[in-house]
Design a protein around this ligand. Structure first.
Ligand code: ADP
Ligand code: MG
Length: 444
């Protein structure tokens, strides 16, 4: 069976202990699965969430390697007989919503406006999303939400969808990647009319992670027509991206300008109080108890990616259940520290080059070249500085990476950056932001 083959492939890629504890307990649901949804059953919410956060992407990728289509991986709790009630909202499960009524709507019922914590960092985006949910197609069309990883963009998108499903609207949620895969699939099978039928006949189109449009000319063309059709008919379009449309490289001008027709809102990293409120909310929804000092410690030390913060809460709870003991502050500190360590251990110079080149608008190949042009030299210095602080590379090995004669050039670059950091607050903040981007992108 396909699902079991995929689990076997995964087994080869992960530690045995993880496999035995979590993956082995999954059952593939052949009946409920389709080419675009793979459904697995887990014996309890903890395992469901664990697999969901850590392995859904990987599983989805393995399916794609095998079948050519990248499905949404859904991990449900199987503790009920056929026909019994669906899992409660707030349980850590993802359920394909409205499997019977609408076509490819995969909404997570726990991502609602009620479960979204509002703070000044996300208030604007929240309010705009709520307006759009209440009056789709009327005011802000399209709505474009952008911001860093794990800040709640997808959550708001699902919230709009869930809100409208209950009002009988036809909602389509799709990531840009799925849109693209389905497009290629239908193109290959000469069934484009079915594709168009689906995407052009809905009340609300929710498009997640639009940044992957970058340089995909064919997909952009198709999306352009989908957009025009829906917008012309007064249907609502909501998109998310990790960047402002202006900053998405290789995006056709006509699409970019359309993305800017409606309202563009950003989500900023949460302030400490918002982070604390989010942690408390997640604990409450999942029946987990954490003392205040632990909540504060996690909020202060974990960075801004809420997905990672949730991962920590789930890990703490899972370990506490397994060991049958309470969660102490010391224990929480260890788990957090391990997570942070694991994250930096995985960073390579190439990761740094990738992020810096994207942010500073130079090519990776230019950073690695010998070019002396001013902005390239600046980008190269920043890469060197960040590589020294985020990777275990020594100065000589960095010199080798950049094809420099010896480490003196590396130490010169370090000196320059340190000097600038000392006298320029904005530059310092930029470096911190880059460093944060690198550590959070490598954690995904
Ligand atoms: P993004 O799409 O921006 O990368 P997600 O929407 O997937 O981020 O959010 C990651 C996780 O963090 C989700 O489980 C989501 O519920 C949670 N989250 C993010 N922001 C909030 C918030 N303000 N209130 C409650 N949960 C949040
Ligand atoms: Mg997202």
């Amino acid at each position: 069976m396909l699902g079991n083959q995929i689990l076997k492939l995964l087994k080869q890629e992960i530690p045995q202990i993880e496999y035995d504890r979590y993956i082995k307990q999954l059952r593939y649901d052949e009946e409920a699965s389709r080419s675009d949804i793979a459904v697995f059953h887990a014996p309890n919410p903890i395992i469901a969430k664990w697999v969901g956060t850590r392995y859904a992407q990987k599983l989805s990728h393995l399916f794609e390697l095998k079948t050519g289509v990248k499905p949404n991986v859904v991990v449900e709790v199987k503790n009920r007989k056929k026909g019994a009630a669906a899992p409660k909202a707030g349980e850590f499960t993802e359920v394909p919503a409205a499997k019977t009524s609408s076509k490819s709507t995969i909404l997570n019922p726990s991502y609602t406006f009620e479960s979204f914590v509002v703070g000044s960092s996300n208030q604007f985006a929240y309010t705009a999303a709520l307006r759009v949910a209440e009056k789709p197609g009327e005011q802000y069309n399209p709505l474009f939400i952008y911001g860093g990883a794990g800040l709640g963009k997808t959550h708001l998108l699902h919230a709009i969808g869930n809100f409208n499903l209950t009002r009988g609207k036809q909602v389509i949620f799709t990531s840009l990647e799925q849109f693209m895969n389905q497009f290629t699939h239908h193109l290959r099978n000469h069934t484009m009319d079915r594709f168009r039928d689906k995407f052009r006949n809905c009340d609300i189109l929710l498009l997640d992670d639009i940044q992957f449009l970058s340089r995909k000319e064919e997909t952009q063309k198709e999306l352009f027509h989908t957009f025009n059709e829906l917008h012309g008919a007064g249907k609502q379009i909501v998109m998310t991206s990790d960047q402002h449309p202006k900053k998405i490289a290789g995006l056709e001008e006509r699409l970019r300008s359309r993305f800017e027709w409606g309202l563009i809102v950003d989500i900023q990293p949460p302030e400490l109080e918002t982070k604390i409120a989010i942690i408390k909310k997640k604990c409450e929804l999942n029946g987990i108890h954490l003392d205040n000092d632990i909540v504060n410690y996690i909020a202060a030390n974990m960075g801004n990616n809420i997905r990672e913060i949730e991962g920590i809460i789930i890990q703490l709870n899972a370990f506490a259940n397994m060991m049958n003991q309470n969660i102490t502050l010391e224990f929480a500190q260890n788990v957090v520290k391990n997570q942070l360590k694991e994250r930096t251990e995985n960073i390579t110079i190439d990761d740094i080059v990738k992020v810096v080149s994207k942010e500073l608008n130079v090519k990776p190949s230019e950073i690695k070249s010998k070019s002396r042009s001013k902005n390239i030299v600046a980008a190269r210095r920043i890469v060197i500085y960040l590589a020294r602080s985020l990777t275990p590379n020594s100065m000589p090995s960095l010199a080798q990476y950049f094809g420099m004669r010896d480490h003196t050039a590396v130490s010169h670059a370090m000196k320059k950056i340190n000097e600038t950091i000392d006298k320029d607050e904005t530059f310092k903040a930029k470096i911190e932001e880059l460093s944060h981007k690198i550590t959070s992108s490598s954690a995904e």
